[in-house]
Design a protein around this ligand. Structure first.
Ligand code: COA
Length: 173
C-alpha cells in the first residue's frame, strides 16, 4: 500500500532526515538530481532546509509517498511560478522513488498526485526537466507529457559524465 501525503508547514521539519536519505540514495544510485559524487552531506541538508523554508512560505508544495509501515519511499515537489503572468504555471521538481522500489508504479502515483494537486491550485501548465534517455523520460511520456526539446551537455551526472537534459510540459484540462 502506498500512502501519499502533502506536507504541511508543520510536518515538513520532521520529515527532513528521511528526505535527505532519499535524495542521497538517488544520487548514489546514479540519478541526475542536482548533485555529483562525492557529494557533501551538508549541501543536501541545507538543500532540504531551503525546501522547508519554501514550503512554510507557500512557495513550494511537497508530496511524499510512504509504505503502509510508514517507510518514506518517494517524493515530488511543485514550485508555482511567482510572476503575475505565470499564475497558471508551475514547475515539477525532484521526483524521486527509492532505488529499491522503482518500477512498481510509485513514480506514476506521485505524478498523478502532482497533477491533481496543481489543478486544485489553478496551476494548469506544468513544466519539468530530466536527464535525456533516462527513466524519468519514460515516466513523463507515459503520463502524457510533451517533450519540447533536449539541451545537449546540460548537467553533470553523479559519475562525472555530462549529459543532455530533456524539457517537458503538460497542459492540465
Ligand atoms: C524516474 C523515477 C521517479 C520513476 O519512478 P518509478 O516509481 O520507477 O516509476 P513507475 O514505476 O511508475 O514507472 C517506471 C517504470 O516501471 C514500470 N512499472 C510500473 N509499475 C510496474 C509494475 N507493477 N511492475 C512492473 N513494472 C512496472 C512502468 O511501466 C515504467 O516502465 P518503463 O520505465 O520501462 O517505461 C525513478 O526512476 C527515480 O526516482 N529515478 C531517480 C530520480 C530521477 O531521475 N528523477 C527524475 C528527474 S527529477
Amino acid at each position: 500500500m502506498i500512502v501519499l501525503e502533502w506536507l504541511t508547514p508543520d510536518a515538513v521539519d520532521n520529515t527532513l532526515p528521511e528526505l535527505a536519505s532519499l535524495l542521497i540514495d538517488a544520487v548514489e544510485s546514479g540519478a541526475s538530481i542536482g548533485y555529483t559524487l562525492p557529494y557533501n552531506p551538508a549541501d543536501i541538508e541545507s538543500y532540504w532546509q531551503g525546501v522547508a523554508t519554501a514550503v512554510r512560505a507557500g512557495h513550494k508544495w511537497l508530496v511524499i509517498a510512504r509504505l503502509g509501515d510508514g517507510t518514506l519511499v518517494g517524493t515530488a515537489q511543485i514550485e508555482p511560478a511567482g510572476k503575475a503572468n505565470g499564475r497558471h504555471r508551475a514547475e515539477v521538481q525532484k521526483v524521486i522513488v527509492t532505488s529499491r522500489l522503482r518500477k512498481h508504479g510509485i513514480g506514476t502515483k506521485l505524478m498523478h498526485a502532482v497533477e491533481d494537486f496543481a489543478r486544485t491550485q489553478g496551476r494548469t501548465l506544468l513544466l519539468l526537466d530530466t536527464r535525456a534517455n533516462d527513466a524519468g523520460e519514460r515516466l513523463y511520456t507515459a503520463c502524457g507529457w510533451t517533450k519540447f526539446g533536449v539541451v545537449p551537455e546540460y548537467a553533470y551526472s553523479p559519475d562525472g559524465s555530462i549529459e543532455g537534459t530533456a524539457f517537458y510540459y503538460k497542459h492540465l484540462t
